[in-house]
Design a protein around this ligand. Sequence first.
Ligand SMILES: [Mg+2]
Length: 198
Amino acid sequence: MIGDTIRSARTIEQRRTFLEELQYFMNKSEAEQAIRLRGRLPDLEEFWQYRIGTSAVRVVLALNSYCNDLDDVPPEVLKDADYCSLLDLTNINICAVNDLLSVKKELAQGAVENLVAILFASTGSTALASHGIMEIVRASKIRFDAKAKQFLQRYAFEDDAAHVARRLVEGCKFYSTGNLDWRYVLSCIFRKLTGTHH
Ligand SMILES: [Mg+2]
């Protein structure tokens, strides 16, 4: 269903980018599995190397222009170094928020490659681990806002590009808040289905 839609709505270059991101996701999932089979936790550096791929955030960000009704995004805007930083910061923000919100469920399922667990392993303290993850979320937001300002200023005097740049920045923000909302929606559905109130 997704493939059919993308095939008819996107150019060959846009589809190629989407495919490359899917391949990146698969490669990083394989790397995560290899580390899991090794039988010990990754350190923070190893973790981030695959997590930004296994999050699949880059896959959905490859559809940022499509989801925001932008057909003709100038290639130089998509390749803009600040825009690339915005994609990375959105990815980090979503990974950290996701890991924080899903840590209980994941640990219960025996999936220990979670950022909270990895920070706990290196600090020996749940307080330091949760503080560490909130710092990552906070820093990603501060850096995102600074990069977004820089990015938008650069295209401020070109009408079409300014509109596109603004929509792309908004799109990144929607992915971040959508990630947060989606967890909330899921927990509401879960509560409804199970009749629990916690
Ligand atoms: Mg998770």
